[in-house]
Write a new protein. Sequence first.
Length: 166
Amino acid sequence: MLYAILAAALVVLDQIVKYLVRANIPLGGSVPFIPYLLDLTYVQNTGAAFSMLREHTWVLTLTSTIVVLGMCVLIVKGFFKNRLGLFSAALVLAGGMGNLIDRVIFGFVTDMFQTIFMEFAVFNVADCCITIGVPLLFLYVWFYVGKDEKKEDETDESPQLPPDGN
């Protein structure tokens, strides 16, 4: 339940930040945010990261829908057995949902964080969730998936001593 609340809170945060940017910064406009690090720059992105596939928004909408539904199914089915798995799933779910909402409602994703200290794509809160969540999800799969089942199998197959120790 805690991870569902986390995912929902991140989606709400993402949508609030996007709304405030759309309401207060003209398209293409920029305002200082964190000196020497980040500006808030209003960009409408019809593509994925670095504007890839910008002419195929429908593919990205479909992909986001599949990812969001897939994560929901995995969570409900109990695929994630520990905090790392649940935390990474919450981040990926929140990021996918945040950008999916934009694609469905507006036909583009609102991006706003622009790094000043280096040339990089403009991104948003949902992108941060995905960028952190996906590597954590890979770590979870790498280190934990299948390990619990092997431990259970080893325990089931270990020889049993009689109760009196003979």
